[in-house]
Design a protein. Sequence first.
Length: 161
Amino acid sequence: MRVKYGGSSPTPSTVLAYFKPHTLDTSGYVYGSAVLSAMEANGVSVTRVSSGRWASLDAFECQRDPVEVVQRLVSKEEALSGIGIYVGSCVCVARVPANSPKAWDYGVVTGYTWFQDRLKGELYVCFGDESTSWPFNPTEVQDVAVPSYGLRPCSGSQWPM
């Protein structure tokens, strides 16, 4: 995705980007929205996108370097899906173990891939001694706090609960 900024074009361009933890006042990865224009060569206002596990947070806005924004561009569909927000977090997902009904299982998200042509993505989740890709479905993934991850209260419970 290519975007021009800081040039002679007066036409602003709204873009979405993927930011590392603590950039937009979150403990994990987050998506942000910005309007890039010729007038903002020294900084651009970035607003946190309410999606994924950050959907219920209050609005947040800060100044970022436009180069940082351009280097991290993503599609609107990816940002609104919230898929990347789960990277580095502990999750409980509904999955189907071999010869078993769908059940809740715990893991840590280590990465993701977004397929723009299908408007879908996959999370890479480490389930203890097994790592696997998991088709991202926001209704089947629960972000859990580290203490809950350690206790695993739903481990083995059949889905849906």
